[in-house]
Design a protein around this ligand. Structure first.
Ligand code: ASP
Length: 343
């Protein structure tokens, strides 16, 4: 079933290699451009499978995947669960509310416990930035970051890239990367792991990234990572090819960051009129969950020819299947690059 895909980069890996030199996927920041392209290429076979009436295969049969979610999630948890099950693995979900974490167990003890259960991959979401790296350093199996605090959400950025590539391909504008494309990411940049992972991923693939937020929700020094900061949404949208909208992450805010949701919408909500400022046919993205009428109007979110929000959800399952498949190849004895060595 698995193949090296059509977008593989010749020369970097041995011909036909099923290449990925990392044990874990904790952030886009650890990946090189050709590794991102490799994961996107690997996902194509799963996009195809997921569109068939029968979506099951047994690549990961016998393997146990633990989804350890210490923070609420609907789509990411469901997406990882479906991905693992479609690959034939035994998937177990651990919710923080039911776990010993509530009883005071330290993160390290939780990690040691999960490790002792001999999982073959652990998918972690946690409210603290860096928690996933900490757990990864304490366990013996691959760890996938499903979002850690304000830090990274690597599978979100990968699925966004895959959704964007498919949407451009459908318009006959497809190419391997996003060179020449301008993407405006607008919202609560300060608290967003999605923004960080997307800046890293989109830039690695050649896109120019503009970040737009009210002053209180813009982290300092975004120029240092190559992004262009804006506080004026109209200016940020001017001629952009993609508008990626983010919600206000009120669960991470202590205190008042914006005067009111109504004022926020007035200044930073994506309306049909504002969309006109972008390039003709500009695409609209949102990682979900959406707050309709705040950061995005319903009539924009539901525009069939412009919004690729449901496509993002579709691509999420394929990307997560690709990541689980690639990262468990060593355990399954599938030849490839593992831990920096060809085996
Ligand atoms: N679902 C994304 C995340 O987990 C975005 C969000 O929650 O706003 O970060």
């Amino acid at each position: 079933m698995a193949s090296t895909g059509t977008h593989d980069t010749p020369g970097r890996f041995p011909a036909g290699a099923r290449a990925f030199p990392h044990r874990d996927l904790t952030g886009i920041g650890h990946l090189e451009r050709h590794e991102i392209l490799f994961l996107l290429a690997e996902a194509e076979q799963w996009v195809e499978l997921n569109r068939q009436p029968s979506k099951h295969c047994d690549e990961l049969a016998g393997l146990t995947i633990i989804n350890a979610f210490f923070e609420n999630s609907t789509r990411t948890l469901l997406s990882f669960e479906i991905a693992g099950k479609r690959l034939g693995a035994d998937v177990v979900n651990m919710h923080a509310a039911q776990s010993s974490v509530k009883k005071g167990e330290t993160l390290i003890d939780t990690a040691i416990t999960l490790n002792a259960m001999r999982a073959d991959a652990i998918v972690i979401r946690h409210g603290s930035s860096g928690a996933v790296d900490l757990i990864a350093s304490k366990v013996d199996c691959p760890v996938l970051n499903a979002g850690d605090g304000q830090h990274e959400h690597p599978t979100q950025a990968l699925l966004d890239a895959l959704a964007l590539r498919h949407a451009l391909e459908d318009r006959g504008e497809g190419s391997e990367d996003f060179t020449g494309l301008t993407v405006t990411i607008c919202g609560d940049i300060l608290h967003s792991r999605v923004a960080r992972s997307n800046v890293l991923c989109l830039q690695a693939l050649g896109a120019s990234v503009r970040l737009c937020a009210p002053p209180a929700l813009m982290p300092a020094g975004v120029e240092a990572i190559g992004a262009q900061p804006f506080h004026d949404f109209d200016a940020a949208l001017d001629g952009a090819d993609v508008a990626m909208m983010l919600r206000l992450q009120s669960e991470r805010m202590s205190g008042q960051f914006i005067p009111s949701a109504r004022e926020y919408h007035h200044l930073y909500g994506l309306t049909r009129e504002r969309l006109e400022r972008c390039a003709p046919d500009a695409l609209v993205m949102h990682p979900g969950p959406m707050n309709r009428g705040v950061e995005i109007d319903s009539e924009v979110a539901d525009m069939l020819d412009r919004s690729i929000i449901t496509r993002q959800v579709e691509m999420g399952v394929a990307i997560r299947m690709a990541c689980l498949d690639v990262l468990t190849r060593k355990a399954r004895g599938v030849p490839g690059w593992n831990d920096g060595q060809w085996v």
